[in-house]
Design a protein around this ligand. Structure first.
Ligand code: SMG
Ligand code: MG
Length: 367
């Protein structure tokens, strides 16, 4: 496959409700969609970089810039490109994994559409539907939180994740446990604590949580290992795992016993699959994280979540949990599950009319 050109399209997607985490409140996503055009097929992908560098160092304008300035020219110069070649070609450029992931995914989508193979089959999926959890933001009050959780449970979500931060941790968890009993429940701190909070965090042990996700800083692997020794609740890493090498280090250090896999964070679905394989071989459970994706990103995540090592429900919620109108046909929850797309490539297409309405800019980068 030779690349004809790459389209960078920005769309503005208002969320159905604000989503508050320890690092800020999302009200709308400014999404960068990538379309790779080849003579055989076109491929789509969604870049998960957020508007501001608060979850990770990447941000959406930076991702567009590094693609435009360095990555797309490097790929466009190749006489032949496939998904494996994207990673090799972009390796000299340090970091920028969300940008790399989007380009690799769009090339993989084009390649699989050309050969008629679904993403899930290419990755090695073993299921045709995946159980879904939902991530519940920090709220202004406990009654508001209980209403939100109650609503999601009524919709059928099989696991609840509560966002926590200092001042919003033990009490909301206790309230949810008291109201809803023995539901599968976990928490995510987005790096809001330090090791000096270990005694406080150990109060969460009383609530039989599935896991505590990323309590400490991104580069605090050693401290996470120490914290894991002091907690009964299993420790899961998100922001700290940028690659299979990081996952290997975390496992060796016993810094976590569970890994949240987000393809964008680790540079793409090929690296995500390597992390899955590594964790599975070590008996470390994995689950698929979320970055408030539209249907484009969600389709590929649901395919990944169907791999055999994804033994915990993911943050792969239905379209309506995020957007009143998705850019693809909406993903809908059935019995707590989302169906894995079966069509070639990511198996979904953006609706051109919706896309036209939400687009804020389009840039064509010819090869
Ligand atoms: O996609 O449902 C989703 C969001 C899941 O909580 C979620 N993501 O740290 O895991 C995480 C956060 C990162 C994005 S917050 C804007
Ligand atoms: Mg997280």
């Amino acid at each position: 496959m030779k690349i004809t050109g790459v389209e960078l399209r920005r769309i503005s997607m208002p969320l159905v409700a604000p989503f508050r985490t320890s690092f800020g409140t999302e009200r709308a996503r400014d999404v960068l969609l990538v379309r790779v055009v080849t003579p055989d097929a076109e491929g789509w992908a969604e870049c998960v970089a957020m508007e501001e560098p608060l979850y990770s160092p990447e941000y959406v304008d930076g991702a567009a810039d590094v693609m435009r300035r360095f990555m797309v020219p490097a790929l466009a110069a190749l006489h032949h490109v496939d998904a494996y070649g994207v990673g090799r070609t972009l390796e000299p450029f340090k970091g920028h994994r969300m940008a790399k992931a989007a380009l690799e995914t769009a090339v993989l989508d084009a390649q699989l559409r050309a050969s008629g193979e679904p993403f899930a089959r290419f990755l090695g999926a073993s299921r045709d539907a995946v159980p879904c959890g939902v991530s519940v933001g920090i709220m202004d009050s406990i009654p508001q939180l209980l209403d939100a959780v109650g609503g999601y449970l009524a919709e059928g979500y099989v696991r609840i994740k509560l966002k926590i931060e200092p001042g919003w941790d033990v009490e909301p968890v206790r309230a949810v446990r008291e109201r809803f009993g023995d539901i599968p429940l976990q928490v995510d701190a987005n790096a809001a604590y330090t090791l000096t909070d270990a005694a406080h965090l150990s109060r969460l042990d009383a609530f039989d949580l599935l896991l505590i996700e990323q309590p400490l800083g991104d580069d605090d692997l050693v401290q996470h290992a120490e914290l894991a020794r002091r907690l009964r609740t299993p420790l899961c890493l998100d922001e700290s795992i940028h690659s299979a090498a990081h996952a290997a280090a975390a496992i060796s250090l016993k810094a976590c016993s569970i890994v949240n896999i987000k393809p964008g964070r680790v540079g793409g679905y090929l690296e995500a699959r390597r992390i899955h394989d590594l964790c599975r071989a070590h008996g470390v459970a994995v689950w698929c994280g979320g970055m408030l994706e539209t249907g484009i990103g969600r389709a590929a995540n649901v395919a990944l979540a169907a791999l055999p090592g994804f033994t915990l429900p993911g943050d792969t919620s239905a379209s309506r949990r995020y957007y009143a109108r998705d850019v693809t046909a909406p993903f809908e929850l059935r019995d707590g599950h989302l169906a894995v797309p079966t069509g070639p490539g990511i198996g979904v297409d953006p609706d051109p009319a919706v896309l036209a309405e939400v687009t804020t800019s389009v840039e064509w980068l010819p090869a």
